[in-house]
Design a protein around this ligand. Structure first.
Ligand code: DGY
Length: 321
């Protein structure tokens, strides 16, 4: 008998075909997110779950779906999956690293540029018919080239950002990470390791690229923001919960930092209404990896993982043994 799987979000046609060639597929159509109850119901009797970052896989859900043997997420982040609970129940978990690294770093750099150079503010003003003339300090923003980029979280995406900043924009690179990079990688990137507090103090622009977990929840809050330069920009392309949004709103309102660029939000897709009132912020809807080639690569890698996981092969990018 063929194993049953759930594809929990709309997926590319070739991915559905590939999975349907191997398994009995229950594929969600449309772009709504399944409510937790619905997800539990649709997962009954399924051996595999093909999910994205919006489906939460909890211990309770696993206990309610004992047939589940593999959870394959089309995302590099996996904070929506209780990995320890999966491992304890023998459920294989995979994600999609590497294929989105450069694309996400591109977006991170674009968001940094847009934030420092006040591009959204300029576009809003232009569309509102408020562009009256030129003046010497009209929409004058912060310099990017030649300044210091602080990177909090120096994994694959952090390093890809560092290369853009160093070799494209002549920036100084400073970083903080759970573990320090090998000396030759630091040399190659021209990256200086700093304590988190020193990074906050020295960065002209700070980009957050660290994984989200209980340990990194609100790791940028009022105390951290107070260490930053009043001219600094903060960019978050990691997960919304890393930043205390209310503290960020206060810091931006009081100009304790100059500007922020957010691709991710604590309650996304809901956006804290206070963020929407600020002029000195660029807000985009979690599109770090959103190019067609990259999203297709992610979707296909997640399918490769699921096929391998349920046919006894080693998945290309496992998160647990
Ligand atoms: C990821 O892959 O974790 C992204 O945030 C989702 O596109």
């Amino acid at each position: 008998m063929r194993k049953k799987i759930l594809i929990a979000r709309r997926a590319p046609a070739d991915v559905i075909e590939r999975l349907a060639a191997c398994f009995e597929v229950d594929a969600v159509e449309g772009d709504g997110v399944l409510a937790p109850d619905e997800l539990r119901a649709r997962l009954q009797g399924k051996a595999g779950a093909y999910i994205t970052g919006t489906e939460r896989i909890t211990a309770e859900l696993l206990d309610a779906c004992p047939a589940l043997r593999a959870v394959c997420t089309m995302s590099v982040g996996y904070n929506h999956i209780d990995l320890a609970a999966c491992t304890a129940r023998g459920v294989l978990v995979t994600n999609t690293p590497d294929v989105l690294t450069e694309t996400t770093a591109d977006l991170g750099f674009a968001l940094l540029m847009a934030t420092a150079r006040r591009m959204s503010e300029g576009e809003r003003l232009l569309r509102d018919g408020q562009w009256k003339s030129w003046s010497w300090d009209f929409l004058a923003g912060a310099e990017v080239h030649g300044t210091t980029l602080g990177i909090l979280g120096m994994g694959r995406i952090g390093q890809a950002l560092a290369r853009r900043a160093r070799f494209g924009f002549g920036m100084e690179i400073a970083y903080h990470n759970r573990s320090r990079l090998p000396a030759d990688t630091e040399r190659e990137l021209g990256a200086r390791y700093l304590s988190k507090d020193d990074l906050l103090r020295q960065a002209d622009h700070l980009v957050l690229v660290l994984p989200y977990s209980a340990a990194s929840h609100h790791c940028i809050a009022a105390a951290e923001l107070s260490l930053m330069k009043p001219t600094a920009t903060l960019v978050n392309i990691a997960r919304g919960g890393i930043v205390d949004e209310n503290a960020l709103v206060a810091a931006l309102r009081e100009r304790r930092i100059a500007a922020a660029g957010l691709d991710v939000f604590e309650g996304e897709p809901r956006v804290n209404p206070a963020l929407l009132t600020l002029p000195n912020i660029v807000l985009i809807p979690h599109i770090g990896s959103a190019t067609l080639p990259t999203r297709l690569a992610m979707a296909r890698l997640a399918a490769d993982n699921l096929v391998a996981a349920l046919t006894g092969a080693t998945p290309p990018t496992p998160l647990n043994p």
